[in-house]
Design a protein around this ligand. Structure first.
Ligand SMILES: Nc1nc2c(ncn2[C@@H]2O[C@H](COP(=O)(O)OP(=O)(O)OP(=O)(O)O)[C@@H](O)[C@H]2O)c(=O)[nH]1
Ligand SMILES: Nc1ccn([C@@H]2O[C@H](COP(=O)(O)OP(=O)(O)O)[C@@H](O)[C@H]2O)c(=O)n1
Ligand SMILES: [Mg+2]
Length: 194
């Protein structure tokens, strides 16, 4: 089954909480028709299903901690296979969260062609998430959990960027700019892929 996705273009979208990953992915989908898979959204869907597994996940996410690697990877892989026949490429949003997650993804699925590094200042991310929290209904968009997510991002996820920089596939995107200006930079990076 995994053979089907071996030749697909894979783009990792990495950045801190609230940096704007989801916002840019939506725009990429609209222009390029890629399949957007947000690992956070997949996990939230499992929570919403009310399953036992969802209950365990909810407790972890509420604390801003990382869900076990195999759980997330299996969900992403299943979702990729489900879209294999129609997909022009995949946006893997919010994964890998740590270097080990990237290594396992490559073992089980394949190598990314590009890593979009969505970069905003810590204070900007906190501000955006506090604002989003007014309406998002996300249990983790509160001050305490945001701080933990941010700490974990700097500790565990930033090394992912350094890891893929050695391969020359990282494109750093300044997401302090207005959304459309950010997207103009994103477009250049995606166009280079073709
Ligand atoms: N000014 C500005 N605001 C943005 C930009 N991108 C996103 N935002 C705002 O920041 C908030 C967070 O954006 P998301 O796209 O949900 O961020 P994310 O990186 O997917 O966040 P997580 O799902 O928490 O990982 C949203 O409410 C957006 O309105 C941007 O480029 N510029
Ligand atoms: N690869 C992933 C993605 C999300 N998660 C969990 O899901 C939560 C929300 O992820 P997200 O990508 O939607 O949001 P941010 O934390 O990036 O803002 C994280 O804080 C983690 O608890 C995870 O453990 N592993
Ligand atoms: Mg998101």
């Amino acid at each position: 089954m995994a053979d089907k996705i071996k030749n697909a273009k894979i783009v990792f979208v990495v950045g801190g909480p609230g940096s704007g990953k989801g916002t840019q992915c939506e725009k990429i989908v609209a222009k390029y028709g890629y399949t957007h898979l947000s690992s956070g959204d997949l996990l939230r869907a499992e929570v919403a299903s009310g399953s036992d597994r969802g209950k365990t996940l909810q407790a972890i996410m509420q604390k801003g901690e990382l869900v076990p690697l195999d759980t997330v990877l299996d969900m992403i892989k299943d979702a990729m296979i489900a879209k294999a026949d129609v997909s022009k490429g995949y946006l893997i949003d919010g994964y890998p969260r740590e270097v080990k997650q990237g290594e396992e993804f490559e073992k089980k699925i394949g190598a990314p062609a590009l890593l979009l590094y969505i970069d905003a200042k810590g204070e900007t991310m906190v501000k955006r998430l506090m604002k989003r929290g007014e309406t998002s209904g996300r249990a983790d968009d509160n001050e305490e959990t945001i701080k933990k997510r941010l700490d974990l991002y700097y500790k565990a996820t930033e090394p992912v960027i350094a890891f893929y920089e050695q391969r020359g596939i990282v494109r750093k995107i300044n997401s302090e700019l207005p959304v459309d200006e950010v997207f103009a930079i994103v477009e250049k990076a995606i166009d280079e892929l073709k």
